[in-house]
Design a protein around this ligand. Structure first.
Ligand SMILES: *Cc1c(COP(=O)(O)O)cnc(C)c1O
Length: 404
Protein backbone atom coordinates (compact mmCIF):
# COMPACT_ATOMS: atom_id res chain seq x y z
CA UNK A 1 0.00 0.00 0.00
CA UNK A 2 1.13 3.55 -0.76
CA UNK A 3 2.56 5.27 2.28
CA UNK A 4 0.50 8.45 2.53
CA UNK A 5 3.08 10.01 4.82
CA UNK A 6 5.68 9.83 2.03
CA UNK A 7 3.45 11.17 -0.72
CA UNK A 8 4.27 14.21 -2.80
CA UNK A 9 3.68 17.47 -0.95
CA UNK A 10 3.07 20.57 -3.07
CA UNK A 11 5.27 23.67 -2.69
CA UNK A 12 2.16 25.60 -1.60
CA UNK A 13 1.64 23.30 1.39
CA UNK A 14 5.36 23.36 2.17
CA UNK A 15 5.26 27.16 2.19
CA UNK A 16 2.76 26.92 5.05
CA UNK A 17 4.18 24.01 7.06
CA UNK A 18 7.77 23.19 6.18
CA UNK A 19 10.69 23.82 8.50
CA UNK A 20 8.73 24.99 11.52
CA UNK A 21 7.83 22.11 13.86
CA UNK A 22 11.24 21.63 15.42
CA UNK A 23 11.53 25.32 16.34
CA UNK A 24 8.23 25.87 18.15
CA UNK A 25 8.28 25.91 21.95
CA UNK A 26 5.70 25.78 24.78
CA UNK A 27 3.12 24.33 22.38
CA UNK A 28 3.06 27.55 20.38
CA UNK A 29 1.76 27.15 16.83
CA UNK A 30 4.25 29.73 15.56
CA UNK A 31 8.04 29.92 15.51
CA UNK A 32 9.27 32.44 18.12
CA UNK A 33 11.77 35.21 17.45
CA UNK A 34 14.80 34.23 19.50
CA UNK A 35 16.60 37.47 20.30
CA UNK A 36 19.69 36.00 21.93
CA UNK A 37 23.25 36.63 20.90
CA UNK A 38 24.66 33.63 22.77
CA UNK A 39 23.55 30.28 24.33
CA UNK A 40 24.47 29.06 27.78
CA UNK A 41 25.86 25.62 28.76
CA UNK A 42 26.47 24.19 32.21
CA UNK A 43 28.07 21.04 30.88
CA UNK A 44 31.42 22.06 29.41
CA UNK A 45 31.78 18.82 27.46
CA UNK A 46 28.39 19.28 25.85
CA UNK A 47 29.27 22.92 25.05
CA UNK A 48 32.47 21.72 23.40
CA UNK A 49 30.68 19.09 21.30
CA UNK A 50 28.19 21.69 20.04
CA UNK A 51 30.96 24.22 19.41
CA UNK A 52 32.91 21.81 17.21
CA UNK A 53 29.75 20.72 15.41
CA UNK A 54 29.48 17.15 16.74
CA UNK A 55 26.14 17.87 18.41
CA UNK A 56 23.17 20.02 17.43
CA UNK A 57 22.71 23.34 19.15
CA UNK A 58 23.54 27.03 19.03
CA UNK A 59 26.61 28.87 20.26
CA UNK A 60 26.66 32.42 18.96
CA UNK A 61 24.26 34.48 16.86
CA UNK A 62 26.59 35.22 13.97
CA UNK A 63 26.79 31.48 13.29
CA UNK A 64 23.25 30.20 13.89
CA UNK A 65 19.92 31.18 15.45
CA UNK A 66 16.76 29.04 15.86
CA UNK A 67 14.41 31.47 14.07
CA UNK A 68 16.87 31.92 11.21
CA UNK A 69 17.40 28.16 11.03
CA UNK A 70 13.64 27.63 10.67
CA UNK A 71 13.66 30.03 7.70
CA UNK A 72 16.54 28.05 6.18
CA UNK A 73 14.67 24.76 6.66
CA UNK A 74 11.59 26.16 4.90
CA UNK A 75 13.74 27.41 1.99
CA UNK A 76 15.47 24.05 1.73
CA UNK A 77 12.13 22.23 1.52
CA UNK A 78 10.69 24.69 -1.00
CA UNK A 79 13.64 24.34 -3.38
CA UNK A 80 13.85 20.56 -2.84
CA UNK A 81 17.47 20.98 -1.73
CA UNK A 82 19.73 18.97 0.52
CA UNK A 83 20.71 22.12 2.45
CA UNK A 84 20.14 25.87 2.68
CA UNK A 85 21.74 28.78 4.43
CA UNK A 86 20.75 32.42 4.85
CA UNK A 87 22.11 35.97 4.65
CA UNK A 88 21.36 39.53 5.70
CA UNK A 89 20.40 40.45 2.09
CA UNK A 90 20.14 38.93 -1.36
CA UNK A 91 23.38 40.66 -2.39
CA UNK A 92 25.15 39.08 0.58
CA UNK A 93 23.92 35.67 -0.62
CA UNK A 94 25.33 36.39 -4.09
CA UNK A 95 28.66 37.90 -3.03
CA UNK A 96 29.34 35.30 -0.32
CA UNK A 97 28.52 32.42 -2.72
CA UNK A 98 30.88 33.80 -5.36
CA UNK A 99 33.64 34.54 -2.84
CA UNK A 100 33.42 31.03 -1.40
CA UNK A 101 34.38 29.43 -4.70
CA UNK A 102 36.35 31.99 -6.73
CA UNK A 103 40.06 32.73 -6.40
CA UNK A 104 42.47 34.86 -8.44
CA UNK A 105 43.00 33.44 -11.92
CA UNK A 106 39.53 31.82 -12.10
CA UNK A 107 37.01 32.57 -14.82
CA UNK A 108 33.25 33.11 -14.50
CA UNK A 109 30.72 33.29 -17.34
CA UNK A 110 27.44 35.15 -16.94
CA UNK A 111 25.09 37.40 -18.87
CA UNK A 112 24.50 41.12 -19.38
CA UNK A 113 21.08 41.35 -17.71
CA UNK A 114 21.81 40.20 -14.19
CA UNK A 115 20.52 42.24 -11.23
CA UNK A 116 22.24 45.65 -11.00
CA UNK A 117 24.23 44.79 -7.86
CA UNK A 118 25.35 41.46 -9.32
CA UNK A 119 26.44 43.24 -12.47
CA UNK A 120 28.52 45.62 -10.32
CA UNK A 121 30.28 42.64 -8.68
CA UNK A 122 31.10 41.35 -12.17
CA UNK A 123 32.27 44.67 -13.61
CA UNK A 124 33.91 46.26 -10.57
CA UNK A 125 34.88 43.87 -7.78
CA UNK A 126 35.81 40.52 -9.37
CA UNK A 127 38.21 42.00 -11.97
CA UNK A 128 40.01 43.72 -9.07
CA UNK A 129 40.76 40.24 -7.67
CA UNK A 130 42.12 39.10 -11.02
CA UNK A 131 39.03 37.02 -11.73
CA UNK A 132 38.13 36.91 -15.41
CA UNK A 133 34.47 37.77 -16.04
CA UNK A 134 32.81 37.12 -19.42
CA UNK A 135 29.30 38.49 -19.85
CA UNK A 136 27.23 37.12 -22.73
CA UNK A 137 24.14 38.52 -24.40
CA UNK A 138 21.16 37.47 -22.26
CA UNK A 139 19.12 34.72 -23.89
CA UNK A 140 21.84 34.00 -26.48
CA UNK A 141 22.31 30.32 -25.64
CA UNK A 142 24.88 29.67 -28.38
CA UNK A 143 27.16 32.43 -27.11
CA UNK A 144 26.95 31.20 -23.50
CA UNK A 145 27.67 27.61 -24.60
CA UNK A 146 30.67 28.79 -26.61
CA UNK A 147 32.11 30.76 -23.68
CA UNK A 148 31.45 27.99 -21.14
CA UNK A 149 33.21 25.49 -23.41
CA UNK A 150 36.42 27.54 -23.18
CA UNK A 151 36.45 26.60 -19.48
CA UNK A 152 35.16 28.37 -16.38
CA UNK A 153 34.66 27.77 -12.68
CA UNK A 154 31.09 29.12 -12.48
CA UNK A 155 28.27 29.75 -14.91
CA UNK A 156 26.07 32.36 -13.23
CA UNK A 157 22.50 32.76 -14.50
CA UNK A 158 19.33 34.66 -13.70
CA UNK A 159 15.96 33.78 -15.26
CA UNK A 160 13.63 35.63 -15.68
CA UNK A 161 15.79 38.76 -15.71
CA UNK A 162 15.43 42.33 -14.60
CA UNK A 163 13.87 44.44 -16.19
CA UNK A 164 12.97 42.94 -19.59
CA UNK A 165 12.10 39.48 -18.15
CA UNK A 166 14.32 37.48 -20.52
CA UNK A 167 14.38 33.69 -20.18
CA UNK A 168 17.33 31.30 -20.23
CA UNK A 169 16.97 27.55 -20.80
CA UNK A 170 18.23 25.94 -17.59
CA UNK A 171 18.46 22.33 -18.80
CA UNK A 172 20.46 23.39 -21.86
CA UNK A 173 22.85 25.59 -19.86
CA UNK A 174 23.41 22.88 -17.23
CA UNK A 175 24.38 20.43 -19.98
CA UNK A 176 27.01 22.82 -21.34
CA UNK A 177 28.34 23.60 -17.87
CA UNK A 178 28.62 19.94 -16.82
CA UNK A 179 30.63 19.17 -19.95
CA UNK A 180 33.02 21.99 -19.02
CA UNK A 181 33.15 20.95 -15.34
CA UNK A 182 31.63 24.27 -14.19
CA UNK A 183 29.25 24.92 -11.31
CA UNK A 184 25.91 26.52 -12.22
CA UNK A 185 24.43 29.22 -9.92
CA UNK A 186 20.94 30.55 -10.61
CA UNK A 187 19.34 33.65 -9.09
CA UNK A 188 15.74 32.45 -8.69
CA UNK A 189 14.38 35.67 -7.10
CA UNK A 190 11.92 36.57 -9.86
CA UNK A 191 10.44 33.08 -10.23
CA UNK A 192 10.45 32.00 -6.56
CA UNK A 193 10.38 28.26 -5.68
CA UNK A 194 6.64 28.26 -6.35
CA UNK A 195 7.13 28.95 -10.06
CA UNK A 196 10.51 27.34 -10.74
CA UNK A 197 12.91 24.88 -9.05
CA UNK A 198 16.29 25.17 -10.83
CA UNK A 199 17.74 22.21 -8.88
CA UNK A 200 15.35 19.94 -10.83
CA UNK A 201 17.36 20.80 -13.96
CA UNK A 202 20.73 19.94 -12.42
CA UNK A 203 21.65 23.44 -11.29
CA UNK A 204 24.16 23.34 -8.41
CA UNK A 205 23.12 26.37 -6.37
CA UNK A 206 19.91 28.41 -6.18
CA UNK A 207 20.21 31.95 -4.85
CA UNK A 208 17.39 34.18 -3.58
CA UNK A 209 16.79 37.70 -2.50
CA UNK A 210 14.16 36.90 0.15
CA UNK A 211 13.48 40.64 0.29
CA UNK A 212 11.19 40.44 -2.76
CA UNK A 213 8.41 37.89 -3.37
CA UNK A 214 9.44 35.46 -0.59
CA UNK A 215 8.83 37.97 2.18
CA UNK A 216 6.31 39.77 0.02
CA UNK A 217 5.56 42.65 2.38
CA UNK A 218 8.53 44.94 1.71
CA UNK A 219 9.39 45.02 5.43
CA UNK A 220 12.41 42.71 5.74
CA UNK A 221 15.71 42.18 3.94
CA UNK A 222 17.16 38.72 3.49
CA UNK A 223 18.91 36.25 1.23
CA UNK A 224 19.23 32.48 0.88
CA UNK A 225 21.16 29.82 -1.01
CA UNK A 226 19.99 26.23 -1.54
CA UNK A 227 21.85 23.22 -2.94
CA UNK A 228 23.94 20.16 -2.09
CA UNK A 229 25.23 20.03 1.52
CA UNK A 230 28.83 19.89 0.34
CA UNK A 231 28.47 23.31 -1.38
CA UNK A 232 26.14 24.96 1.14
CA UNK A 233 28.40 24.02 4.08
CA UNK A 234 31.31 25.83 2.44
CA UNK A 235 29.18 28.92 1.86
CA UNK A 236 27.85 28.78 5.43
CA UNK A 237 31.41 28.65 6.75
CA UNK A 238 32.38 31.69 4.68
CA UNK A 239 29.31 33.61 5.89
CA UNK A 240 29.61 32.70 9.59
CA UNK A 241 33.13 34.11 9.58
CA UNK A 242 32.50 37.11 7.35
CA UNK A 243 29.31 37.97 9.20
CA UNK A 244 26.51 38.72 6.69
CA UNK A 245 24.06 36.99 9.04
CA UNK A 246 20.27 37.23 8.80
CA UNK A 247 18.58 38.99 11.73
CA UNK A 248 16.07 36.81 13.70
CA UNK A 249 13.33 39.43 13.36
CA UNK A 250 13.82 39.44 9.58
CA UNK A 251 13.68 35.62 9.62
CA UNK A 252 10.37 35.77 11.49
CA UNK A 253 8.86 38.28 9.05
CA UNK A 254 10.07 36.22 6.08
CA UNK A 255 8.68 32.99 7.58
CA UNK A 256 5.32 34.67 8.06
CA UNK A 257 5.36 36.17 4.57
CA UNK A 258 6.21 32.84 2.96
CA UNK A 259 3.08 31.19 4.33
CA UNK A 260 1.05 33.11 1.75
CA UNK A 261 3.65 33.00 -1.03
CA UNK A 262 1.64 30.67 -3.27
CA UNK A 263 -1.58 32.68 -2.87
CA UNK A 264 0.12 36.02 -3.46
CA UNK A 265 1.89 34.69 -6.55
CA UNK A 266 -1.25 33.15 -7.99
CA UNK A 267 -2.98 36.52 -7.86
CA UNK A 268 0.07 38.44 -9.13
CA UNK A 269 0.70 36.01 -12.01
CA UNK A 270 -2.95 35.93 -13.08
CA UNK A 271 -3.08 39.73 -13.02
CA UNK A 272 0.28 40.09 -14.79
CA UNK A 273 -0.97 38.06 -17.76
CA UNK A 274 -4.13 40.16 -18.09
CA UNK A 275 -2.26 43.43 -17.60
CA UNK A 276 0.35 42.44 -20.21
CA UNK A 277 -2.44 41.74 -22.72
CA UNK A 278 -4.14 45.02 -21.84
CA UNK A 279 -0.91 47.01 -22.25
CA UNK A 280 -0.14 45.31 -25.55
CA UNK A 281 -3.38 46.61 -26.99
CA UNK A 282 -2.89 50.18 -25.73
CA UNK A 283 -2.04 52.88 -28.26
CA UNK A 284 0.31 54.76 -25.89
CA UNK A 285 2.40 51.65 -25.21
CA UNK A 286 5.31 50.80 -27.46
CA UNK A 287 6.55 47.37 -26.31
CA UNK A 288 5.45 44.95 -23.58
CA UNK A 289 7.84 42.44 -22.00
CA UNK A 290 6.20 39.46 -20.27
CA UNK A 291 7.15 35.80 -20.76
CA UNK A 292 3.48 34.78 -20.69
CA UNK A 293 2.88 36.56 -24.00
CA UNK A 294 3.16 34.07 -26.90
CA UNK A 295 5.33 36.49 -28.91
CA UNK A 296 7.88 36.88 -26.07
CA UNK A 297 11.17 35.29 -27.30
CA UNK A 298 11.45 33.14 -24.16
CA UNK A 299 7.80 32.05 -24.03
CA UNK A 300 8.34 28.39 -25.01
CA UNK A 301 11.26 27.89 -22.62
CA UNK A 302 9.33 29.60 -19.81
CA UNK A 303 6.39 27.27 -20.47
CA UNK A 304 8.72 24.31 -20.12
CA UNK A 305 10.56 25.28 -16.93
CA UNK A 306 8.14 27.55 -15.04
CA UNK A 307 4.78 26.71 -13.45
CA UNK A 308 3.52 30.29 -13.89
CA UNK A 309 5.05 33.20 -15.82
CA UNK A 310 5.62 35.42 -12.79
CA UNK A 311 4.43 38.71 -11.32
CA UNK A 312 6.96 40.98 -13.07
CA UNK A 313 6.49 42.73 -16.39
CA UNK A 314 7.80 45.83 -18.09
CA UNK A 315 6.68 48.09 -20.90
CA UNK A 316 8.01 51.04 -22.87
CA UNK A 317 5.89 54.09 -23.59
CA UNK A 318 5.46 56.07 -26.73
CA UNK A 319 6.51 59.63 -25.93
CA UNK A 320 9.70 58.52 -24.20
CA UNK A 321 10.84 59.51 -20.75
CA UNK A 322 8.61 62.62 -20.65
CA UNK A 323 5.55 60.40 -20.96
CA UNK A 324 6.79 58.14 -18.15
CA UNK A 325 7.40 61.19 -15.95
CA UNK A 326 3.79 62.30 -16.47
CA UNK A 327 2.29 58.84 -16.32
CA UNK A 328 3.72 57.23 -13.17
CA UNK A 329 2.49 59.83 -10.63
CA UNK A 330 -1.06 59.36 -11.94
CA UNK A 331 -1.21 55.75 -10.76
CA UNK A 332 -3.09 55.44 -7.47
CA UNK A 333 -2.44 51.77 -6.69
CA UNK A 334 1.32 51.71 -7.14
CA UNK A 335 4.32 52.66 -5.07
CA UNK A 336 6.93 54.45 -7.15
CA UNK A 337 9.86 52.69 -5.51
CA UNK A 338 13.04 50.69 -6.13
CA UNK A 339 11.51 47.42 -5.02
CA UNK A 340 9.49 44.52 -6.41
CA UNK A 341 7.59 41.44 -5.31
CA UNK A 342 5.48 43.21 -2.66
CA UNK A 343 1.75 42.83 -1.99
CA UNK A 344 1.42 46.41 -3.25
CA UNK A 345 2.02 47.01 -6.95
CA UNK A 346 5.40 48.72 -7.37
CA UNK A 347 6.51 50.71 -10.40
CA UNK A 348 9.62 52.54 -11.50
CA UNK A 349 11.60 53.42 -14.61
CA UNK A 350 14.48 51.01 -15.27
CA UNK A 351 16.77 54.05 -15.56
CA UNK A 352 15.98 54.95 -11.93
CA UNK A 353 15.78 51.45 -10.43
CA UNK A 354 17.52 48.36 -11.80
CA UNK A 355 19.85 50.19 -14.21
CA UNK A 356 20.45 53.52 -12.48
CA UNK A 357 24.20 52.88 -12.55
CA UNK A 358 24.34 52.63 -16.35
CA UNK A 359 24.70 55.40 -18.93
CA UNK A 360 21.90 55.92 -21.50
CA UNK A 361 24.25 54.39 -24.11
CA UNK A 362 24.82 51.30 -21.95
CA UNK A 363 21.08 50.93 -21.38
CA UNK A 364 20.48 51.19 -25.12
CA UNK A 365 23.10 48.49 -25.73
CA UNK A 366 21.26 46.27 -23.22
CA UNK A 367 17.99 46.80 -25.09
CA UNK A 368 16.50 48.89 -22.27
CA UNK A 369 14.52 51.86 -23.65
CA UNK A 370 14.72 55.07 -21.57
CA UNK A 371 10.92 54.93 -21.38
CA UNK A 372 10.88 51.42 -19.89
CA UNK A 373 8.59 51.03 -16.89
CA UNK A 374 9.09 48.11 -14.55
CA UNK A 375 5.74 46.99 -13.18
CA UNK A 376 5.71 44.53 -10.26
CA UNK A 377 2.15 43.30 -9.96
CA UNK A 378 0.78 43.23 -6.41
CA UNK A 379 -2.16 41.28 -5.06
CA UNK A 380 -4.83 43.94 -5.70
CA UNK A 381 -7.93 43.02 -7.74
CA UNK A 382 -6.88 42.77 -11.40
CA UNK A 383 -9.70 45.01 -12.58
CA UNK A 384 -8.68 47.80 -10.21
CA UNK A 385 -5.10 47.73 -11.49
CA UNK A 386 -6.24 47.86 -15.12
CA UNK A 387 -8.65 50.70 -14.29
CA UNK A 388 -5.81 52.52 -12.60
CA UNK A 389 -3.62 52.18 -15.70
CA UNK A 390 -6.54 53.16 -17.93
CA UNK A 391 -7.14 56.32 -15.89
CA UNK A 392 -3.45 57.32 -15.99
CA UNK A 393 -3.27 56.76 -19.75
CA UNK A 394 -6.45 58.80 -20.29
CA UNK A 395 -5.12 61.70 -18.21
CA UNK A 396 -1.84 61.50 -20.10
CA UNK A 397 -3.41 61.72 -23.54
CA UNK A 398 -5.15 64.92 -22.45
CA UNK A 399 -1.79 66.70 -22.26
CA UNK A 400 0.30 66.84 -25.42
CA UNK A 401 3.41 64.67 -25.08
CA UNK A 402 6.63 66.65 -25.02
CA UNK A 403 9.72 65.09 -26.46
CA UNK A 404 11.79 63.33 -23.80
C1 LIG B 1 16.69 42.58 -5.26
C2 LIG B 1 17.42 41.53 -5.99
C3 LIG B 1 18.68 41.08 -5.55
C4 LIG B 1 19.36 41.68 -4.33
O1 LIG B 1 18.64 41.47 -3.17
P1 LIG B 1 18.77 42.41 -1.86
O2 LIG B 1 17.97 41.68 -0.85
O3 LIG B 1 18.23 43.75 -2.23
O4 LIG B 1 20.22 42.49 -1.53
C5 LIG B 1 19.29 40.08 -6.25
N1 LIG B 1 18.74 39.54 -7.36
C6 LIG B 1 17.54 39.95 -7.83
C7 LIG B 1 16.98 39.34 -9.05
C8 LIG B 1 16.84 40.96 -7.17
O5 LIG B 1 15.66 41.38 -7.63
Amino acid sequence: MRNLRERYVHPSTKAVWAGEKEYRVHGATQVPVVHSVAYTYDDLDHWYEVAVGNEKGHIYGRNTNPTVESFEQKMKELEGAEAATSFSTGMAAISNSLSTFLKPGDRIVSMNDTYGGTNKIFSEFLPRLNIDVTLCETGNHEEIEKEVKKGCKILYLETPTNPTVKITDLARMVKAAKEAGALVFVDNTFATPINQNPLDYGVDLVIHSATKFLGGHADALGGAVCGRSELVEKIFHYREINGATMDPMAAYLLLRGMKTLHLRLKQSCDSAMKIAEYLQSHELVDQVFYPGLPDHPGHDIAKKQMRQFGGMLSFSMKGGLEAVRDFLPKLEFANRAANLGAVETTVGPARTTSHVENTPEERAALGIPESLVRYSVGIEETEDLINDLEYAFAELSKTPITKG
